[in-house]
Design a protein around this ligand. Sequence first.
Ligand code: GLU
Length: 473
Amino acid sequence: MTAPRVRFAPSPTGSLHVGGARTALYNWLFARRGGGTFILRIEDTDVERSRRELTDQILHAMRWLGLDWDEGPFFQSERGALYHEAADRLLAEGKAYRAFETPDELDAMKKSAAASGSAFRYDGRARAISKEESDRRAASGEKFVVRLNVPDEPLVVDDAVQGRTEFPAGALDDFVLVRSDGHPLYHFTVCVDDVAMGITHVIRGADHLPNAPKHVALFRALGAPLPVFAHLGMILGTDGKKLSKRHGAAGVEEFEAEGYLPAALDNFLALLGWSPGEDRERMTLAEMVSLFSLERIGPSPSRFDHEKLAWLNGQYLQEVPAARLIEMLKPFRVPDFDPELLARAIALHRSRARTLVDLAHALAIYGDDPMDFDAAGMKKFGKPDAAPLVRTLAERLSAAEPFTHAALEEAARALAAEKGLKLGDLAQPARLGLTGVLASPPLFELIEVLGKETTRRRLLAFADLLARVPAAH
Ligand code: GLU
């Protein structure tokens, strides 16, 4: 087999969502697996809806996912000449023709179709206009659209994923390639570009499957061999409905902002339709490249399970080397403290985090001293008579030698025993005073990382606060 040439062809009318990202990933994997070429083509001929910022956002998302392209980005908006040449050639060869119906005439045809209860199909009447007459009317400035002269024969879409579908002769009408204002239309530009770029495999979402017969007809008219089509099952929410905002994040940039790792998202997206076999789940991009094939893509829709993605991301998070994790946390505003301390804090908190946002949030306790205290915790432990106990604990902990979690725990246990209390009776208010909340990693490990000075300062301030509780009511 010659090396494949594939393309990802997003329309910059929205940001890159998970469906598009999966299409990009599969094309990329397929190109890399076959030593081929991955082309990026921006389909921005819809001038009103296409936006340059969205293109930039799509390129950023692809780079973030690690999907580098070999050619492009090509912008369809800059390729008008190519589409017009192709239209002229099809006209010259009689594979397309000009149709001069006015909007009013077309409306009348649509109305009469609706009245007889059928969908509008252009009946091909302008096929009868001779070449000479057509050229003359065009030259005299009469408005026309260019329509494909769809041959009266069956069309077969032989899809590598969805299987073979045969469309009987007459299934398509002579659809428009170029509008009367000269604007080339979507199906036409896609196929002209696919031919010009030597695309061998068209891998895209199954929402494009209904377009495939038109594309087959166009490839034939353009005299080009058909690419292999592979239409990927749609991505649905866990409830089986079309994926939407209701289901949570769906844009790649949202996952980035929520602290997901590109490697985890790539891994997760790869498994939405493709299965490497042998129950393999965790894979690097390089491993996916070595295993990828169209044969192992299933035709059915897949479900996007946010819970599973978060779990997988958590797994990935545990393996990132500490120095790299510190880098990755930078955009998430982690308090600025000693790098060695930060590394220790990360080691302590990462196993509870599923995203970088979770982790950054947990690390906030190493920044400023807490000002707000969990309300339920205050209700339970916020009594003035707890103040002396917290103060004594502050003294005992700062006296622990060495300042290690084992020695700290021993000091706290000794104090609890002295007062006839359980360790939890001390630990819970201490946790609240030190972090503002009642959930944290093992307390004495946390205290070891917080350090003697901070621990003492926070506990004494908390004791003062407790002593003032009634005054506050
Ligand atoms: N521009 C189309 C889209 O964003 C893709 C067309 C294609 O892959 O053929 O859905």
